[in-house]
Write a protein of this length. Structure first.
Lengths: 295, 281, 440
């Protein structure tokens, strides 16, 4: 995983020229804003009107006692816990199902990938309609069964899974593609040997396929964690955080605090918390992954 | 004897699995079909019932009205400009850096690589407020540059390109090195042509990311003439829902998705094949 | 004099660029919610021919563009209601500050306290807007720290929209034709039950999801009816978790618990249910009157016999929640004198046509309009005339959007997740306190 160690030609000047574009943009639009964000978080800083006052770590103290903040953290973690394993598993299953040659499989690959090209506004519109208790896709079904239509997005327990469902539908294409790429790289000889051994499907999967793609698996999980932690659009557009804050996510709270209430300093403190949280989780993942490698 | 039977039962299992997958794929597409159906029905009919997959009574008016508005095509144009330029820049920047990390040796290589990778863990939300203030200070909001620039340095892109270049056999470059070709020539003439599959993958991911980007365009492009499709649609949905009706909303969603779906259908062979060939070989 | 100045500029511009004509129009960027209805009203040039908030404001802008003689052109940007103030705020950073924008009086202090709006008294005097014609309460709404920052355009309040046929079926129509409405919490529930029994429909329909907070407005009304102001005038304290608050919240919860209202309805859903004859009373604002009236008259809706009633005094005096739409000029260093002049001309045009806006159902804020025979002739106006006096607004306090949103989420939890009134109010109190702490 690391960049060191591989044999390369010693050419510092050229190398830095090659690296310059990336690191210049990286410094201006990522590193510097990160520090500036921290600086803003030490202020009572308003979005409009130019009011700013240094207040040290007061914003962080407020965060600590802010119930809604902890609630959004809990909601965000819940969402991550719902989506990451299911997304990874579904992506893997689909990749296994559509991996291979033939026209039909190519079409299937396209179908599962296609929902990823829609924008978040379209995806949430589609799913809000599908799940609507009033005009939804399932309403005729409920009526036929004589059940009162379930109002998924307003249901305290079902709202979050509904958002997760829409997210799965939207996002499974990319991890599936990564798994397909990895499956294509598994040496064919391994499978041939297994066939001679009369190994069952399950044991081929467990003993050959999964170990061969474990790096991709780790990559997918890390990317998913990073991606799902940042959930904003789906919750913002489908439930606006409701019912009763059950689906209010951290990023939504950051957005509301900064852009609705103009408390940019406080919002930045939350953003820092989000950063630390994600950083911690990703590190944990990588560490676990590496430990798995060593074993 | 056992081999033959095993093969037979394996084939049955294969067929059953494929059948299940096909069924699942149909289920997968139902919401899309339904939305398209609704977009082809009159608003009045949809008030009565949204059920069914046959657009009858049929109307094309919802689309007609959209085109008359002329804002949606403009949003599409912005989305394309942003997505295409972001994709091109990400590919250039990532492959350059990836080549350096994969093939060249220089001081602090390991440290720089770690710094780069660490960027993967900085969520955009941790920096979007400072970015917002920066672009405000520069007076650069409501421009294409503002929508693209913060998105060009993508650690995962560099990471993928590094991994890819590292897997390219050394021998391919050695001939050129004997000819005293410059590193840039080697990169440009040999490595880049070889990396078309990896570039396709990365380009595809970037394009989709750019197309779907929501939070940043939402705060940076506040002028209706500068909206991208994603932001514009969000604004139209609230507006239309009150005054125009469901059919129009659905038509706007379909209309805005059409270009990227068509693009996808054209390139899908390359995309899926490119991804399947993968970051390696 | 203005004309010659304009001509001189035009001549200069023409000389410099060699392009004549198109550059002459002064563009006024106009920021508003109320929806986008270009397809229906984009070509309607007379406001008198339009209907509903969206239609009338669209036609007003069209009419101004067609009729003004100073070469001004209003360019409208419609923003979704939910994102409107976020976008308006963002324009101060992103650079496209509008010349004229709509603003609620409840939001005004956020902008005026930070010096983000242009004081308008002088401009009004210059273009001839008579501030003495405004209802005093409206003028007060538009003023903070003794400075006039806005053109008040309406007063809007909560109303009971009534399906008379269903009421008659339930036996709730008096001999004189007036609607019998509850006068106490107990009566509301018992009448609701009786209504449900006799008609099989919901007694009440209203937006019950997390987005609009219609029930927060009702709850605030109930608080005023008991003599409690939810926010203190200095904006430092909130009286939410109080015995009065609990009484009001318990009644609202009971409405849902007894099945008198459908919890599943969002804003359009509630309107649809009412128009489809599925509910006796729709709790919604003044802005719906024109729309429901014309729908009922058109014969296309199931609702045939529509009436309006003031929100009754269930806990005492019939106070009711109100707010006000106003027009403001956001401060912009880059605005030219010509643009300012054009913007003021547009604001004056809007003021001159205040009656057109009042057709939506909103209460007019101009005494001359209220006194006019044409206003009296508008449908149903006598039914809710008292609302103008009952209307009560929160004190001029900052961050009311955050406060409203926090209260909405926590109050709605009573019927969406089954929270007890006391717990819901404790949560509301806590969220609101946290916001108020940050008010300066």
């Amino acid at each position: 995983m690391s960049g060191g160690g591989s044999p390369g030609r010693r050419a510092p000047g050229t190398a830095f020229l090659f690296l310059a574009p990336f690191f210049a943009i990286y410094a201006v639009f990522l590193v510097y804003p990160l520090f500036k964000g921290f600086w803003i978080s030490l202020h009572d800083w308003e979005l409009a009107g130019g009011y700013r006052e240094y207040i040290g770590f007061l914003n962080y103290q407020d965060l600590w006692t802010d119930k809604l903040f902890w609630r959004t953290i809990r909601n965000t973690l819940l969402f991550v816990a719902m989506t990451v394993p299911t997304m990874t598993l579904l992506a893997l299953m689909l990749a296994l199902a559509v991996h291979g040659t033939g026209r039909l499989k190519a079409i299937l690959r396209s179908v599962f990938f296609m929902s990823s090209v829609f924008s978040v506004t379209v995806v949430t519109l589609v799913w809000s309609m599908v799940l609507s208790a009033d005009q939804g896709l399932l309403v005729p079904l409920w009526n036929a069964l004589g059940i009162k239509p379930v109002n998924f997005l307003a249901h305290p327990l079902l709202a979050m899974p509904s958002i997760a469902l829409a997210t799965l539908w939207w996002g499974v294409g990319l991890p599936m593609a990564l798994f397909l790429a990895a499956l294509g790289q598994v040496p064919q000889e391994l499978y041939e040997a297994a066939e001679l051994d009369h190994a069952s499907r399950w044991s081929v999967l467990r003993r050959i396929t999964l170990p061969s793609i474990r790096h991709t698996l780790l990559l997918v999980v890390v990317l998913q964690i990073i991606g799902q932690f940042q959930i904003f659009g789906q919750a913002q557009l489908m439930t606006q955080g409701g019912p009763a804050n059950r689906t209010r996510t951290l990023v939504q709270y950051i957005y509301d605090t900064g852009f609705r209430d103009w408390q940019v300093g406080y919002a930045s403190a939350m953003a820092m918390a989000l950063f630390l949280l994600m950083f911690g989780f990703s590190m944990l993942q990588l560490w676990l992954g590496r430990k798995g490698d060593d074993a | 004897m056992s081999t033959a039977r095993r093969t037979g039962s394996a084939r049955t299992t294969d067929i059953i699995l494929l059948g299940l997958t096909v069924a699942f794929a149909i289920l997968w597409m139902i919401p899309v079909v339904w939305v398209v159906t609704m977009s082809l029905k009159p608003n009045v009919e949809l008030m009565r019932s949204t059920a069914g997959f046959i657009p009858w009574p049929f109307t094309i008016d919802n689309y007609f009205n959209l085109v008359k508005l002329a804002t949606v095509p403009r949003w599409l144009m912005h989305s394309f400009i942003v997505a295409v330029s972001m994709t091109a820049l990400v590919l250039i920047v990532s492959s350059l850096a990836g080549y350096a990390f994969a093939r060249l040796d220089f001081p602090f290589k390991r440290t720089l690589f770690l710094i780069m990778i660490a960027g993967l863990m900085v969520p955009e939300q941790a920096v979007f407020i400072p970015l917002f203030t920066m672009f405000a200070d520069w007076g650069m909001h409501n421009t294409h540059a503002a929508l693209v620039a913060p998105r060009v340095a993508v650690p995962i892109g560099v990471f993928l390109m590094t991994q890819f270049f590292r897997a390219v056999p050394r021998e391919l470059e050695e001939a050129a090195e004997l000819d005293h070709a410059s590193y840039f020539t080697i990169f440009w003439r040999i490595m880049l042509p070889l990396s078309v599959p990896a570039l396709t993958t990365l380009g595809l991911f970037t394009f989709i990311f750019a197309w779907n980007d929501f939070l940043w365009p939402l705060v940076s492009a506040t002028k209706a003439e500068m909206f991208t499709v994603t932001v514009g649609l969000a604004s139209i949905q609230g507006n239309f829902a009150f005054s125009e009706g469901l059919g129009s909303v659905m038509a706007s969603a379909v209309f805005a998705s059409l270009p990227i779906v068509i693009l996808f259908l054209i390139f899908q062979r390359f995309i899926v094949a490119g991804v399947a060939m993968g970051a390696g070989k | 004099m203005h004309h010659s100045k304009l001509l001189a500029r035009l001549a200069l511009a023409t000389a410099l660029t060699g392009v004549a004509g198109t550059a002459s129009a002064v563009e006024i960027s106009f920021f508003r919610f109320f929806g986008d209805c270009q397809t229906d009203y984009g070509t309607v040039m007379k406001a008198a021919e339009a209907n509903g908030e969206c239609g009338i404001i669209t036609a007003l802008a069209n009419q101004f563009n067609a009729e003004n003689t100073i070469g001004a052109k209003v360019v409208t940007q419609t923003v979704d209601w939910g994102a409107y103030y976020d976008q308006l705020t963002a324009t101060y950073s992103t650079g496209n500050i509008p010349d004229v924008a709509v603003m609620h009086s409840s939001v005004l202090p956020n902008f005026s306290d930070r010096d983000l709006l242009v004081p308008l008294a002088d401009g009004f005097a210059k273009v001839g807007i008579d501030t003495a014609d405004f209802v005093p309460a409206a003028l007060k709404n538009a003023t903070t720290n003794d400075t006039l920052y806005a053109l008040p355009y309406d007063l809007h309040a909560l109303l009971f929209h009534v399906n008379v046929d269903l009421m008659a079926q339930a036996g709730f129509v008096n001999e004189d034709g007036s609607i019998k409405l509850p006068t106490s919490p107990e009566e509301l529930i018992s009448m609701g039950k009786e209504f449900k029994e006799k008609t099989g429909k919901f007694y009440i329909a209203t937006e019950s999801q997390s987005s609009e907070g219609m029930m927060v407005r009702l709850w605030e009304s109930f608080m005023w009816q008991q003599g409690v102001d939810v926010l203190s005038a200095d904006g430092k304290e909130a009286s939410i978790a109080t015995p009065e608050g609990e009484k009001a919240a318990a009644l609202i919860k009971a409405i849902y618990d007894e099945g008198l209202a459908n919890t599943a309805l969002d804003y359009p859903g509630a309107e649809q249910a009412f128009l489809n004859g599925e509910a006796g009373i729709l709790i919604n604002g003044t802005w719906g009157v024109d729309n429901y009236d014309s729908q009922a008259k058109s014969g296309k809706a199931v609702l045939k016999n529509y009436a309006v009633a003031n929100v009754p005094g269930i806990f005492g005096a019939p106070k009711v929640w109100a707010d006000s739409h106003m027009w403001v000029m956001p401060k912009d260093e880059g605005r030219t004198p010509e643009e300012t002049e054009a913007a003021l001309a547009f604001i004056k045009f809007l003021n001159d046509n205040n009656f057109q806006w009042a057709r939506t159902g909103h209460l007019s804020v101009r005494q001359s309009v209220i006194a006019s025979p044409e206003f009296a002739a508008l449908p149903h106006r006598s039914d809710f005339a008292a609302t103008a006096e009952n209307a009560t607004a929160l004190p001029v306090v900052q961050n009311q959007r955050g406060i409203f949103s926090a209260m909405t989420t926590d109050l709605n939890a009573m019927w969406l997740t089954g929270t007890e009134p006391a717990d819901a109010l404790a949560a509301m109190q806590e969220s609101v306190d946290q916001i108020l702490r940050r008010n300066r």
